[in-house]
Design a protein around this ligand. Structure first.
Ligand code: HEC
Ligand code: HEC
Ligand code: HEC
Ligand code: HEC
Length: 121
């Protein structure tokens, strides 16, 4: 194998990996609502007793899921990057920027950084 063949097959290998990664990414569009109802968590535990149901402050999420530094430590190995610790927000990105309770979650980073292709539960 000469150098050219090596670099060509490396190129195919990387392209294959990228294609596989985007295929794996595709099913994330499926609607996923209410990851909490199945856990027996009630409306009040997020929204409080208020009759108006609107965006939930991040402290409610952190109250159950643990502080943001501990959360970031649990996802430290996630590729392509830790979703819970990043250059712009440190560990303090508002959960609701990615995770949605009543709608399909979204990947905050992707519109600006096409290489951060993680799937948000
Ligand atoms: C795990 C926390 C959580 C639970 C449990 C929860 N919600 Fe929500 N809710 C949210 C968040 C966060 C929003 C803001 C929109 C979003 O990101 O989904 C919201 C928004 C809403 C809204 C505003 C309209 C909208 O969709 O933006 C209504 C109405 C609502 N929730 C009703 C309910 C009801 C009724 C229940 C119980 C069956 C419930 N929620 C349980 C987190 C929760
Ligand atoms: C009353 C406690 C409670 C509150 C408040 C709460 N959660 Fe949860 N959440 C849970 C439990 C319990 C589960 C299911 C077990 C698990 O996956 O940790 C869960 C599951 C999740 C999951 C799915 C994890 C997975 O592995 O798929 C995400 C994401 C999540 N919560 C984010 C949030 C966000 C964002 C908020 C705030 C809007 C929030 N939670 C508020 C208790 C809570
Ligand atoms: C930049 C987007 C983003 C933000 C902001 C974000 N998350 Fe996540 N979160 C993710 C992704 C992506 C995963 C899936 C990681 C994986 O592949 O296991 C995840 C996974 C989780 C899980 C499951 C982790 C586990 O232990 O397996 C929980 C719980 C969770 N997030 C809660 C939160 C809470 C609470 C906040 C706010 C303090 C938050 N997230 C903020 C993107 C985000
Ligand atoms: C609105 C657009 C925007 C969003 C959303 C965004 N970024 Fe960035 N990001 C930038 C810009 C512009 C730069 C270059 C300036 C700088 O370095 O701060 C950058 C730089 C970076 C860098 C350092 C340079 C590099 O490319 O390695 C990292 C790492 C990064 N962002 C991660 C993230 C992660 C993770 C998310 C999601 C949680 C995210 N960004 C969301 C615009 C964005």
């Amino acid at each position: 194998m000469n150098n050219l063949t090596v670099s060509r097959s490396l190129g195919v290998g990387l392209a294959g990996l990228l294609a596989a990664a985007s295929l794996a990414a595709a099913p994330a569009k499926a609607a996923r609502t209410s990851k909490h109802a199945g856990q027996g968590i009630t409306c009040v535990q997020c929204h409080g007793k208020s009759a108006r149901k609107e965006a939930v402050p991040m402290r409610q999420c952190v109250g159950c899921h643990g502080d943001t530094v501990a959360l970031a430590a649990r996802t430290a190995q996630i590729k392509p990057t830790n979703p819970h610790q990043n250059r712009h927000y440190g560990t303090q990105a508002d959960c609701n920027l990615c995770h949605h309770e009543h709608a399909v979650s979204e990947n905050l980073c992707l519109p600006c950084h096409t290489r951060f292709t993680f799937q948000v539960p």
